[in-house]
Ligand binder design. Structure first.
Ligand SMILES: NC(=O)c1ccc[n+]([C@@H]2O[C@H](COP(=O)([O-])OP(=O)(O)OC[C@H]3O[C@@H](n4cnc5c(N)ncnc54)[C@H](OP(=O)(O)O)[C@@H]3O)[C@@H](O)[C@H]2O)c1
Length: 230
């Protein structure tokens, strides 16, 4: 499949690399490829300059956002949540396409811990779906760190990844992609329509508290239930 990842941080990089490894035709979209490649400072979330990464991943082109929009049948939103709508508008119009949204609406303008820029009665996933009504938005992978996203086996035992979206076909395609990232099908938990993006995003304050308490972000959610008959 032709897949465009938008976002050049840790998340965009690991997803692009693993998805390309699985045999998909992948590009990464950024606002200004030349300026992005010329950066010498780490990204706002601590990823090393992308030129180093790109030198080791020459098969993944760094393109403008409109070029990423032209390329991808499936667009992965791995941009900072507060810039996601702007980035997706530059990439759009997305009609008929799947937008796999892994972003979190974290607002760092008041320092740490960040606030959610949208919550309770709305979510970033829903905002994206409203903004691009002819796209098929699926929220997923936002509840874990980027290393776990593409290598769930790094954590022992069963643990879960969630999906939320209004289009069953889009969710099936995304579930297939999650399996290619290493997620066993039984660990993929579909929460329902895109409105369920609210809970997935509102988990972030708890996720940040767990991170602070453990001093590590190498963890994930595991849903534990009584033994099921049969
Ligand atoms: N890091 C994790 O482990 C993790 C885990 C779960 C979810 N997430 C979520 O995944 C997303 C990506 O996280 P990240 O840590 O990889 O990177 P990030 O630093 O949060 O975001 C980097 C990307 O956001 C784009 N961006 C920032 N402001 C923008 C704006 N105003 N308009 C357009 N684009 C803008 C940048 O575009 P340019 O390339 O053009 O500069 C850059 O590519 C975030 O929403 C984050 O909350 C992260």
């Amino acid at each position: 499949m032709k897949i465009s990842v938008i976002g050049t941080g840790n998340v965009g990089r690991v997803l692009a690399a693993k998805i390309a490894q699985a045999g998909h035709a992948v590009v990464i979209g950024t606002r200004d490829p030349e300026a992005t490649l010329a950066r010498t400072e780490p990204s706002p979330t601590g990823a090393p300059p992308i030129a180093t990464w790109h030198a080791e991943h020459r098969n993944i082109a760094l393109v403008t956002l409109p070029e990423a929009g032209d390329h991808g049948e499936l667009i992965i939103n791995a941009t900072a949540g507060t810039g996601s709508l702007a980035a997706l508008h530059a990439t759009g119009p997305h009609d008929g396409k799947i937008i796999m949204d892994v972003a979190n609406p974290l607002d760092y303008s008041h320092g740490f811990p960040p606030r959610l820029s949208v919550c309770n009665t709305d979510s970033l996933g829903e905002q994206i779906q409203r903004e691009f009504p002819a796209a098929r938005v699926v929220k997923t992978l936002n509840t874990m760190n980027h290393m776990v996203m593409v290598d769930p086996g790094r954590l022992p035992g069963l643990h879960n990844v969630f999906t939320a979206g209004d289009d069953a076909g889009a969710k099936a395609t995304v579930a297939g992609l999650l399996q290619q990232l290493g997620w066993p099908v039984k660990d993929i938990l579909d929460l329902g329509g895109i409105q369920s993006a609210r809970g997935m995003e509102m988990f972030l304050p708890l996720w940040l508290d767990i991170l602070q308490s453990l001093g590590s972000w190498d963890f994930n959610i595991r849903i534990v239930r009584p033994e099921q008959p049969g």
